[in-house]
Design a protein. Structure first.
Length: 602
């Protein structure tokens, strides 16, 4: 529609195409036709014959016709007073009142196509140099300061024009009446071009494009009809286009609010089905009251912001306000739906939720110790290190929580985001797995999960989540995340480094292999503590095997952590050293030797 409007405007505003139209620069200006051309002063390259090119200019608010005559010392500009096509004469004048000076320049340019007219009689002109006069001595016809050269008919007295104090330069015989230097006028004539051949054909003359200078050609003079659209049609088209744009905008707004309404209906239907599970439902006003106007923020993540709240003087809660950019209510339904179905000591319990208008929120118990991330310190840091026995209990608790998700629910649940930030600790340091926004319910007997995009936290995502070259996504993906978490607990440091968003590396914990091979980098005095550290390290290394088939099931992980017989624990191969030389059968055999691990066939 916009292109149609522009087309109509261009047709209406376009100049009529008339190859024979006589042009002019204004109402009282001379008519311009062959041999002259009217061109824009800014595009002189369009001029086929510069001496016959005329330009329109504005002087003191009036439109004027100008000609620029080339000379050896540069172009000289005159204003055109009159053009007589019968006698082939053009009368020009100099607005700068320096006609005598410019006249002398013209007489030295033999290549001009003009001559002075008439040529039947001549008279003598005298030229004077008045540069020696003071600035106060000048006349109205010429400023002798800026134009010191003065020309006059030799028959006139020098006293008539106050030339007695000037220096006479020379005399020139010129056609009588040709120049009127005292009035800054100059009458020129041009040779008539031979257009008889064109006239005999009923055609017109014009300068030939890409031809020899001065060469002409014939052309047919055909007037083309000018297309003018009525203003009413243009206004109607413009109004129709604007109306169309408004209708499109209203339609977009209608679709947006209908989509939001469908999202609300979807959430309401889910909540109606979910009501039997009896989690508390809060209004947005309830949440403002519980959190004291969202005064104290506990943290902020990709999925929402967590605020501290208080149901009573004894019950503290964490209120997670979900971001409004999640769309369609899917993440809210996902997290509420999954967490409402699970009840385990090592999984955070959902107290309630909010689905009030555009506001979506989840309410959990608040754990004063915060997340596990706050307690990952090097064993050498005696002031903050929890101790090996406590770390083992936390590791076992997290594993049992994952075991419940994988095997204890009606349908297996893959968390997809096991990391220290999503493991909360209560007053007795019992771990609680939280944040089920990325979790996925799976079929009872399904071991391969379909995914359209990678999800999770960098550094904890299993290789197959990022690239299917490592295998299919399954319950084993959570095992990898748990292994990375376990190794961080043992070493008290991250196994990832992030110098920038573009430079992200997951560091394979080579130091764990060195620890197990005797090159100890962690100072452990107690033999019992050393066995715990070794056990946690071995289990962690098995969990982060690149190929999912080589990782143990979560049930085998719990068995390894709870066993007191460490003799059966075998250090897994370093993937940088061993995986290239081992066959698939050898890898599978090695995996099965470790507590007869239950392997989900990919």
């Amino acid at each position: 529609m916009m292109l149609l409007l522009m087309l109509m405007l261009s047709i209406n505003n376009g100049r009529s195409i008339d190859e024979c139209k006589e042009l002019s620069c204004g109402q009282d200006e001379p008519i311009i036709r062959f041999p002259f051309q009217l061109v824009n002063e800014s595009s002189q390259d369009q001029c086929l014959y510069p001496e016959f090119c005329l330009y329109c200019t504005t002087i003191h608010g009036y439109n004027e016709t100008m000609v620029s005559l080339p000379t050896t010392s540069g172009p000289i500009k005159f204003l055109v007073e009159k053009i007589d096509y019968e006698s082939n004469q053009i009368l020009v004048w100099d607005p700068e009142k320096c006609m005598a000076t410019k006249f002398l320049k013209l007489t030295t340019s033999s290549f001009l196509p003009y001559r002075f007219s008439p040529v039947s009689e001549t008279t003598e002109y005298s030229f004077f140099d008045c540069s020696s006069l003071s600035s106060s001595k000048y006349d109205q016809s010429q400023n002798r300061i800026t134009c010191p050269i003065y020309g006059s008919n030799s028959n006139h007295s020098v006293f008539t024009w106050n030339l007695a104090s000037c220096i006479k330069m020379f005399d020139i015989n010129l056609p009588i009446m040709a120049p009127d230097l005292t009035n800054n006028l100059l009458d020129l004539s041009w040779l008539e071009q031979n257009c008889t051949v064109c006239e005999a054909k009923g055609m017109e003359c014009k300068w030939k494009n890409n031809g020899t200078k001065g060469e002409t050609e014939c052309f047919g003079c055909y007037k083309k009809r000018k297309t003018i659209l009525p203003k009413s049609l243009i206004y109607s088209a413009t109004g129709s286009i604007l109306l169309g744009l408004i209708l499109i905008a209203l339609f977009k707004i209608f679709l947006y609010f209908r989509k939001k309404e469908e999202d609300q209906i979807r959430v309401d239907k889910f909540l109606e089905d979910y009501r039997a599970q009896k989690p508390a439902r809060f209004s947005y006003a309830d949440l403002k009251r519980i959190t004291n106007g969202f005064k104290e923020k506990l943290g902020e993540g990709a999925h929402g912001t967590v605020f501290k709240g208080k149901l009573s003087t004894e019950i503290l809660v964490a209120v997670k306000m979900l971001n409004g950019t999640q769309g369609e209510g899917k993440e809210f339904i996902n997290e509420v739906g999954i967490m409402g179905k699970i009840h385990h000591i090592n999984v955070v319990r959902l107290i309630g939720f909010c689905a009030d208008g555009i506001h979506r929120a989840l309410v959990y118990n608040l754990f004063s110790n915060g997340s596990l991330q706050s307690f990952i310190f090097s064993p050498d840091n005696k002031d903050h290190f929890l101790g090996w026995e406590k770390l083992q209990q936390i590791g076992i608790g997290i594993a049992k929580g994952i075991e419940y998700l994988h095997q204890g629910c009606n349908h297996p649940i893959i968390h997809f985001d096991i990391n220290p930030h999503n493991v909360l600790l209560d007053d007795s340091f019992t771990p609680k797995i939280s944040d089920f926004g990325l979790a996925k319910l799976c079929s009872k007997n399904l071991s391969v999960v379909s995914m359209t995009a990678a999800k999770g936290t960098f550094g904890y995502m299993a290789p197959e989540v990022l690239s299917r070259n490592f295998g299919n996504v399954s319950l084993k993906s959570d095992i990898y995340s748990y292994g990375m978490l376990l190794l961080e607990m043992v070493g008290g440091r991250k196994n990832i480094e992030t110098s920038s968003a573009e430079n992200f590396n997951v560091l394979y914990p080579e130091w764990i292999h060195n620890l197990l091979e005797g090159d100890v980098h962690i100072h452990i005095e107690n033999e019992v503590d050393f066995k715990i550290a070794k056990k946690l390290a071995i289990v962690g290394l098995w969990c982060i095997q690149w190929q999912p088939i080589n990782r143990p099931s979560i049930k085998a992980v719990v068995q390894m952590l709870e066993t007191r017989d460490d003799s059966q624990l075998i250090v897994p191969p370093n993937p940088f050293q061993s995986t290239t030389s081992m066959t698939t059968n050898e890898k599978t055999t090695l995996a099965r030797r470790t507590f007869q691990m239950e392997i989900i066939q990919e």
